[in-house]
Design a protein around this ligand. Structure first.
Ligand code: PGA
Length: 239
């Protein structure tokens, strides 16, 4: 695993935006795998800026988001659908038909997971997957467990994640308890992966990731099985 050591959050965002920009420049019709969360916000705002300055063209890219709460309506301002349009897609020249996010409104979640996994394959697979990392080492909503799922699936959020995400909701009770998420196999099939980490709250998860050992109790450690992963982390996350 390559490690890009950054001083702070701004440097993490800059390094991540540069890699995404390089990918889109080299392959204008590439498939990007995208995350939500606080960490990628700086990267998204830099990519928006490059697009506004006509330095980067998103008109041909396709995107697949990692996950979505379930159940949740698309216009709920805590849905990942809402998040992605608000923080990225509404501000760039992407063709909205090329945006893919698991459908948290479905009444057939199992069917939606199969459809989503197949759609990624039919598009040709993900060229560059951008990841955040949970305090407990989750990636997407692949939470620490004895067994991890390979393909896109419906899952229950751990208490740790419900607490971490409750900062965005009025109360802990309002946080959805389930999610639709791409699986470990879906993520590991990506041709290239970057994982972003900022802040001391991520230090323990990052320490375990960098130990090189693999445990399902920290799903991010499975990235050690992939041949093209770059961790972009600041001093606090590496502390
Ligand atoms: P964060 O979330 O970027 O808001 O810290 C990361 C994650 O939970 O994957």
């Amino acid at each position: 695993m390559r490690v890009i050591k950054c001083k702070n959050y701004d440097e993490v965002s800059e390094a991540a935006a540069r890699i995404v920009a390089a990918q889109v420049t080299m392959k204008p019709d590439c498939i990007l795998g995208l995350p939500t969360g606080s960490t990628p916000l700086g990267m998204y705002s830099r990519l928006i800026q490059m697009n506004k300055e006509n330095k980067l063209d998103f008109s041909k890219i396709k995107t697949f988001n990692l996950d979505e709460y379930f159940p949740i309506s698309k216009d709920n301002n805590q849905s990942y659908h809402y998040f992605m349009f608000e923080n990225f897609f509404n501000h760039i020249n992407i063709n909205k038909e090329n945006v893919n996010i698991p459908n948290g409104e479905t009444d057939n979640p199992e069917g939606e997971c199969v459809r989503y996994e197949e759609a990624i394959g039919a598009a040709g697979g993900i060229d560059l997957q951008v990841l955040g990392i949970g305090q407990n080492g989750h990636i997407g909503f692949n939470e620490p467990d004895d067994y991890l799922e390979s393909a896109t699936h419906i899952t229950s959020l751990t208490q740790n994640t419900i607490e971490a995400n409750s900062r965005f909701f009025d109360s802990m009770d309002d946080v959805p308890k389930k999610a639709l998420t791409t699986g470990m196999g879906t993520i590991l099939k990506s041709r290239k992966i970057i994982i972003l980490a900022s802040g001391k709250v991520k230090a323990e998860a990052v320490r375990s990731l960098l130990s090189g050992k693999i445990t399902t109790q920290n799903p991010s450690t499975m990235l050690n099985l992939h041949s093209d992963v770059t961790l972009i982390a600041d001093e606090d996350a590496l502390s």
